[in-house]
Write a protein of this length. Sequence first.
Length: 326
Amino acid sequence: METIKIGILGAGRIASVLADTMVKMPKVELVGVASRSFDKAQEFASRFSVKKAFGSYEELVKDPEIQLIYIATPHSEHCRNAKLCLENGKHVLCEKSFAANASQAEEMIALAKEKRLFITEAMWVRYMPMAETIKKVINSGIIGEPMTLTANLCYLISDKPRLVQPELAGGALLDVGVYTLNFASLIFGDEVTDIKSSVVKTNTGVDAQNSITLTYPGGKMAILNSSIRVISDRQGIVYGTRGYMVVENINNFESIKVYNTERKVIETYERPQQISGYEYQIEASAEAIEKSLTECPQMPHKTTLNIMNVMDELRRQWGIRYPFEV
């Protein structure tokens, strides 16, 4: 694989984690970073030895050296930022949630296809080796037919202004709930036949915590919980007809334990050594671009759109609409 040259759009916390990962990766060159504040971009570039700092996103996307741009801005900005990149001939790795709603996601994907450019959602867990291990365990039949799963992801993060601002598409769902939905999708696929849910809102009107029950063909069910107000064990558990499987940390798969009908551990899998876990989505993006693909097989556009549509329906049930939505 040839060296891929990457730019980062946005210079916040998640951008820092990605930059720290990229500088430790072979065949990856971090060429530029852009922020709306040149001083912030310059400080970021200095911290991670990035060659170029830009005080506007427009300057970044016009740099001829950059091939792929990682978008690390709030959810509300993803669509606008992705379209700016695509219109200027850049491939895109866009932070989750991919967009604020399904309509925006469709626009982004349609433009990438029109321009024959690559775009994918940076749902990092879908690219990890452990995601394949989870599928192999399920497909082996060791726990029988999986019929029920539970997943939760809750953090004490309600003090972060971005997460409670409707104008930035804040709330638990798009920030952490999307991981529970992806875990369910990984196990049961994307053909959801029924959606039930409950919500508790912040005083700003976004979801502080939620509980979701999805039903799938054959009577399979996923019960999912997310919150920005409490701490949780982050587990995903898949219950089958011959046993069950416990996945530690659905936000960065750590281990898998398989139990039999006597509730005894019969198999254990540990996460392989990694830089941060974010390297896999970068490697997958570089490989897809080299093959002239417009999407990643690990996170197909169809799956991104299906999950965006589920989140739209959940917000419809909760009466949550972002100010910028028509």
